[in-house]
Ligand binder design. Structure first.
Ligand code: FE2
Length: 260
């Protein structure tokens, strides 16, 4: 992708997302969070792509994917006031619908359009399909890692700060004692926990920690370790031996990343 194309798509994204804001910072907070998240995911994907020595055209394409991966969040929030997909719409599918209906990708070469749509479609599925030969695969992996790196940052800051609690941020999960043993079980078995098993905020934290087992690039684990967000999230979990063991398993995986 040419830099001019990326700049044009970026300008479109800015106009589109600004159109959802009311001007009231408190009301707009969930949406500005997504705008800021998108900018940081774009930086993350650039950092990953550069570290993998991708050429400029691929780096720009990866940045366009980051720009659009959550574009469906804006319509989702406008219609349903939640980011919980199963209580509203699949935000990846919604994003593809928005880009298609507004002809945003119309002038791109077919291969770039296909890669962007594939990467958006699969950025939020539990596991990627087994199609290693696809030119989309590299980009599908990049966006998943870049996204996780920023979600960990957002939640590390959110859980460490007792003020400004916002149920939208935690997908309306309740803050109550205890956790589902299935979350611990998944971590000890070094696999990503299931979203459907989340009952409360502790489960949600354990779910996020379990994402280390789905990282695709060793450099993502290096960045996660360096930034310390997983340790920060883990530090807000209840003190308990089972939790301690699960956290140790997560931290060990960051030292020796499991990559697909
Ligand atoms: Fe995202």
């Amino acid at each position: 992708m040419q830099i001019d194309t990326l700049n044009r798509l970026s300008a479109w994204f800015d106009d589109y997302t600004q159109s959802f804001l009311s001007g009231n910072a408190k009301v707009d907070a969930p949406l500005t969070l997504k705008i800021d998240h998108t900018a940081r995911v774009r930086e993350n994907i650039r950092e990953l792509a550069v570290s993998l020595s991708l050429d400029k055209a691929k780096i720009h394409l990866a940045e366009a994917i980051a720009l659009f991966h959550d574009v469906g969040r804006f319509e989702q929030y406008r219609c349903y006031q939640t980011f919980h997909d199963s209580h509203s719409v699949n935000h990846a599918k919604k994003g593809i619908d928005v880009l298609t209906q507004l002809n945003v990708l119309e002038s791109l070469p077919d291969i770039e359009r296909t890669i962007i749509i594939d990467a958006i479609r699969f950025h939020n599925v539990p596991a990627l399909p087994d199609n290693n030969g696809s030119p989309s695969m590299l980009f599908m992996r990049l966006i998943r890692d870049a996204d996780k790196l920023d979600i960990w940052k957002v939640f590390a800051e959110y859980f460490q700060n007792d003020k400004d609690r916002n149920p939208v941020m935690v997908q309306h999960f309740v803050d109550q004692p205890g956790w589902d043993p299935k979350m611990i079980e998944a971590i000890l078995e070094k696999r990503t926990a299931r979203f459907k098993n989340i009952k409360n905020i502790n489960d949600y934290k354990l779910f996020q920690l379990s994402w280390v087992f789905g990282l695709h690039f060793p450099v993502s684990a290096v960045l996660a370790r360096k930034r310390g967000h997983l340790a920060a999230i883990a530090g807000t979990l209840p003190v308990d031996d089972a939790i301690k063991q699960a956290v140790a398993t997560v931290m060990a995986a960051l030292e020796r990343p499991v990559c697909e």
